[in-house]
Design a protein around this ligand. Structure first.
Ligand code: E4P
Length: 220
């Protein structure tokens, strides 16, 4: 399973990219609005850092508008993926963008059937929202597992992005469920790295080293 960063914050993206674990980035209008900066400028900066897929979401709600916005966003760079909401107009736009050779990430997916119609419309990626389903008492990861199995069974090559990830256990479960990608907020990415026993273990190794070597400084 690949890891994408779910963020429009340039500092977070730079930091995560430097770890060498990032395969792409997803943004959404909420994340971009939080930055208070020009949308296209933000996307241009992100694609200057990350060479993998970078999802940028359309704001239009009609297919013509989505396609026009999608075309303009795709001009920013060949790794821009057009994020389109799962609506009738969104499906029309997905189909038209696919015919133009422009990749899409169909977002706000909450059921298997929504994922299926998105794949049939030619979506490159679908994004089931795990955390938001959990919030209303459903099992978001069960949906991811279902979509992965059905896509495999019917030979659909649309990739599944586990989105709306809230904690490390979501990431582990998405990987076990066979998601192709999990898109994670920066805070969750940091939690994937940290473990108290790793910190304690390192502290003990260095203390033992110092004890054995006296005042000799620890390199680094
Ligand atoms: C996915 O691409 C979305 O940007 C994101 O995962 C939404 O997550 P949220 O439910 O935490 O807003």
């Amino acid at each position: 399973m690949k890891l994408f960063l779910d963020s429009a914050n340039i500092e977070e993206i730079r930091e995560a990219h430097a770890l060498g674990v990032l395969s792409g980035v997803t943004t959404n209008p909420t994340l971009v609005a939080k930055e208070g900066r020009d949308f296209h400028t933000v996307i241009k900066e992100i694609i200057g850092i990350v060479s993998g897929p970078v999802s940028a979401e359309v704001i239009a709600t009609d297919a013509d508008g989505m396609v026009e916005e999608g075309k303009r966003l795709f001009e920013l760079g060949p790794n821009v993926v057009i994020k389109v909401p799962l609506t009738k107009e969104g499906l029309r736009a997905t189909d038209r963008l696919a015919r133009l050779g422009i990749p899409t990430n169909v977002t706000l997916v909450f059921t298997l059937n929504q994922a299926l119609v998105a794949a049939r419309a030619g979506a490159t990626y679908v994004s089931p929202f795990v955390g938001r389903l959990d919030d209303i008492g459903h099992d978001g990861i069960a949906l991811v597992e279902d979509i992965v199995q059905v896509f495999e069974r019917h030979h659909l090559d649309t990739e599944v992005i586990a989105a709306s990830i809230r904690h490390p256990e979501h990431v582990a479960r998405a990987a076990r469920a066979g998601a192709h990608i999990a898109t994670v907020p920066y805070a969750v990415l940091m939690k994937l790295i940290e473990h108290p026993l790793t910190a304690q273990g390192l502290e003990r190794f260095l203390a033992d080293w110092r004890r054995a070597r006296g005042a000799e400084p620890v390199p680094g």
